[in-house]
Design a protein around this ligand. Structure first.
Ligand SMILES: NC(=[NH2+])NCCC[C@H](N)C(=O)O
Length: 565
């Protein structure tokens, strides 16, 4: 039973486990997603046979093998014109029409233990592999490479990627968009890690703005210290809703909120300490929830921590002549009409900052602190245009500087290559291209047993309860789990704690059952999200998600446990 939990349970090191999931479904169709030993064996079999039939060398043929665009065309394909255009090693050429050669090769292609069919398709020759062989090759490879399976540590060696994900707002619900961002962001991080990148996971909290003035005013009236300590996320939300409602009719509250926030912006220690208390407690109650998803952030930062960098952004904008002041009210904007991105305001008439200003400031901070090579923002598609604006402004502010750096790097590379006699290479990156928005569609109809306003804890609890019910349905297994028990990860989601540094404990009885239900439930939530296309919307369904059969987290855990066994 221990195997249930350890390796897979939401800990998708690279894409392995999702490859596994895909493999369970349509193994032979996935050939092209496995770029390794297994694929090489199939390609070699094709090259060897075609070499015998044509006289081309195996290495040349290996270089010709492609993936067909359509799945129905098999796993591999050779464009026949290449074989005709390129002379043989002897200097001779094949004088045939591609269509004819393709047919001829298909007919003559011998029986092979790895290749099931060779089919001519116009000027292409398509191949499909024996599924059983494919499964065997992949499983053997997994077995040989163990934890190294799917890892390509040399790809990103020496490079740093910052991933901005989850990023909920304090005193507001953790909505479906935050859930998707959390799941996808963790995935993006793991894939980069598997490819050898250094990854910095950033949780950029929505923790600044007038609404925190409002929250503080609300807390003065309705706050309860005990409730706050016990369950800050729910309590703060309760207070926030109440005061928001009141503010609709009582204009005085709005004025007070503005005043309060102004004090915060001015650095008034009393105002800040209350806010800081809310923030600290909120983060403290988020971390165990992220731990349940096996997610750890390297940094919790937020809009509030961008202050120090805002003047620099204003200066840079002015320096590049990008800041346009509205003569009527003094607000400042940047004109991005040339790129069809409007005129985002970056400084309000009263001098305060906006979401965009803070994102730019945070970017400045991230560049300084991590000198990253790539920054990924995992945010819903509603913010697509917004992030385009941020990236565009960033390009205008720093692009030049980066181009300078790149020219220097390129110059050095050319120098180095002169020594080894390699060809010159084009620089592969423009700075703005290193800012990536990983966007995603909406989740519809997400509600928990607690109602329609969603909090992360309620999602995970509901998933656990649902799994528990299902588990109780099988008395025999249930008893077995109680007796045998399971290992549980007890590593707290500390800032900077590494996945390797975690501790495990042995659980038995009810605790073991709860733990397994929790992990399988969380897996169900995660896998449901990975199941659909990222850019598409999907309907949230507890029923489909917790199904034991099909491409679900439950089945994935089951398959994994079986394989480990
Ligand atoms: N750097 C960023 N803007 N990250 C995304 C932040 C998401 C924001 N807190 C929201 O809930 O909409």
């Amino acid at each position: 039973m221990a195997a249930w939990l350890r390796p897979v349970a939401c800990e998708y090191k690279s894409a392995n486990d999702f490859r596994l999931l895909a493999s369970c479904r349509q193994m032979h169709n996935q050939a092209h997603t496995i770029p390794s030993m297994a694929t090489r064996n199939f390609k070699t079999a094709i090259a060897r046979n075609i070499s015998r039939l044509t006289g081309h060398t195996e290495p040349f043929l290996l270089g010709c093998i492609e993936r067909p665009k359509l799945r129905s065309h098999g796993e591999f394909s050779i464009p026949i014109p290449k074989l005709i255009k390129t002379p043989l090693a002897t200097g001779e050429r094949i004088v045939k029409k591609p269509v004819d050669l393709s047919k001829e090769l298909a007919e003559k292609f011998p029986q092979d233990p790895l290749i099931r069919t060779a089919t001519p398709q116009g000027a292409f020759l398509n191949f499909s592999v024996h599924p059983v062989e494919f499964i065997r090759q992949v499983v053997t490879q997994v077995h040989t490479e163990c934890d190294g399976y799917g890892m390509h540590p040399s790809l990103g060696r020496g490079r740093t990627c910052v991933v901005d994900y989850s990023s909920p707002n304090i005193a507001k619900p953790f909505h479906a968009g935050h859930l998707r961002s959390t799941i996808l962001g963790n995935f993006v991080s793991k894939v980069h890690e598997a490819c050898g990148w250094k990854v910095i996971g950033i949780n950029y909290l929505g923790d600044w703005g007038k609404q925190y003035g409002l929250l503080a005013v609300g807390f003065d009236k309705y706050g309860d210290q005990a409730k706050l300590e016990q369950d800050p996320i729910h309590h703060l939300y309760e207070v926030y809703i109440r005061i928001n409602k009141e503010a609709e009719t009582d204009k005085e509250i709005d004025v007070k909120a503005k005043e309060y926030f102004k004090r915060m912006e001015e650095g008034d220690e009393t105002a800040l300490s209350t806010w800081r208390h809310f923030r600290t407690l909120s983060i403290a109650s988020y971390t165990p929830l992220y731990t349940r998803l096996n997610i750890r952030f390297d940094v919790y930062t937020g809009e509030s921590e961008t202050d120090a960098h805002i003047p620099r952004i204003q200066d840079l904008l002015a320096h590049h002549n990008l800041a346009i002041t509205d003569p009527a009210d003094g607000a400042v904007h940047v004109d991005l009409d040339r790129w069809d991105l409007g005129k985002p305001v970056i400084r309000r008439a009263d001098g305060t900052s906006l979401y965009v200003t803070r994102d730019l400031a945070s970017l400045a901070m991230r560049r300084e602190r991590w000198a990253f090579d790539r920054a990924v923002y995992v945010v819903g598609h509603e913010q697509e245009r917004y992030l385009k604006q941020v990236f565009r402004i960033a390009g205008l502010l720093w692009g030049g500087e980066r181009e300078e750096e790149e020219r220097e790097i390129k110059r050095r590379r050319i120098e180095e290559k002169k020594h080894v006699g390699e060809e010159e290479m084009e620089p592969d990156n423009h700075w703005t291209e290193d800012l990536v928005h990983v966007s995603f569609g909406r989740i519809h109809g997400m509600s928990t047993r607690k109602g329609n306003v969603v909090f992360l804890r309620d999602i995970l609890d509901t998933a656990r309860e649902t799994m528990l019910e299902i588990m109780r349905g099988n008395e025999e297994k249930f008893e077995e789990i109680m007796e045998v028990g399971t290992d549980a990860n007890t590593g707290e989601g500390k800032e900077g704690a590494s996945a390797q540094g975690e501790t495990t404990a042995r659980l038995t009885g009810e605790a073991a059952v709860e733990q397994i239900a929790d992990v399988v439930g969380a897996s169900a939530v995660v896998v449901q999200d990975m199941q659909g296309r990222r850019a598409k919307d999907y309907d949230f369904s507890w029923e489909r998600m917790t199904d034991a059969i099909g491409d679900t987290g439950v089945y994935l855990q089951y398959a994994h446990a079986r394989i480990c066994g």
